[in-house]
Design a protein around this ligand. Structure first.
Ligand code: G16
Ligand code: MG
Length: 208
């Protein structure tokens, strides 16, 4: 019953992980190595540049800083081609109802995402109107599990951490919420996210 809600984007509101996977895999293949679903899992909540560093490391490839910039840009161009086709039908189960009910109940709502494309995705899926604040990869430099993104969101909403409830699907995100002194609802399958206060498979399973 906290007054402020902070939502992660990928894995909580939309499943952009499959788009990230396809774009990273295409990049890896062009560089001459493969990229697996299991590796993609390790990139959830991780920023674009850090993701590229990890992928190059897994592929045993080294690149100059300029080359890395170009590769990250290429990946993002492919990713944005997929994002451009997103609509409200790409929202995960229960998201629209939950945001509508939370908003009617007077909750203050923020995004807390590592993605620099977050505002575009909120627009494409039609849920931007529910957000009182947005904190994304454009203003936050420290990746989860660092709590910076959630602390910044709480500050923007005007509430102390103990008034905030975070919705997260990634281990690093749950750790970030806890480090920030916030309660956290984990979104995932049974057995996942043991540190979360509550675990549900998706937002449709949360009774308002
Ligand atoms: C998301 C994804 C990550 C992605 C990151 C940055 O985090 O989970 O895989 O690398 O955003 O995305 P972009 O390249 O669009 O800036 P989150 O925090 O929304 O789960
Ligand atoms: Mg996520």
């Amino acid at each position: 019953n906290r007054p402020a809600y902070i939502f992660d984007l990928d894995g909580v509101l939309v499943d952009t992980a499959v788009f990230h996977y396809q774009a990273w895999k295409r990049l890896a293949n062009e560089l001459g190595f493969d990229f697996t679903v299991a590796q993609n899992e390790q990139l959830k909540g991780v920023s674009r540049v850090e993701s590229l560093e990890k992928i190059l490391h897994w592929g045993g490839v080294s690149k100059t800083e300029d080359e890395k910039l170009a590769l990250a840009q290429q990946k993002n161009d492919w990713y944005l081609e997929m994002v451009a086709r997103m609509t409200a039908s790409d929202l995960l189960p229960g998201v629209l109802d939950f945001l509508e009910q939370a908003s009617s109940a007077g909750k203050k709502i923020s995004l807390g995402s590592a993605s620099k494309n977050a505002p575009l995705i909120l627009e494409k899926t039609g849920i931007a109107r529910f957000f009182d604040a947005i904190v994304d990869g454009n203003e936050v430099t420290l990746s989860k599990p660092n709590p910076e993104v959630f602390i910044c969101a709480a500050r923007k909403l005007g509430f102390p951490p103990e008034d905030c409830l975070v919705f997260e699907d990634a281990e690093a995100g749950v750790a970030a919420a806890i480090a920030g002194g916030m309660a956290v609802i984990g979104i995932g399958d049974e057995g996942a996210l043991p540190e979360a206060d509550v675990l549900v498979p998706n937002l449709s399973k949360l009774v308002y």
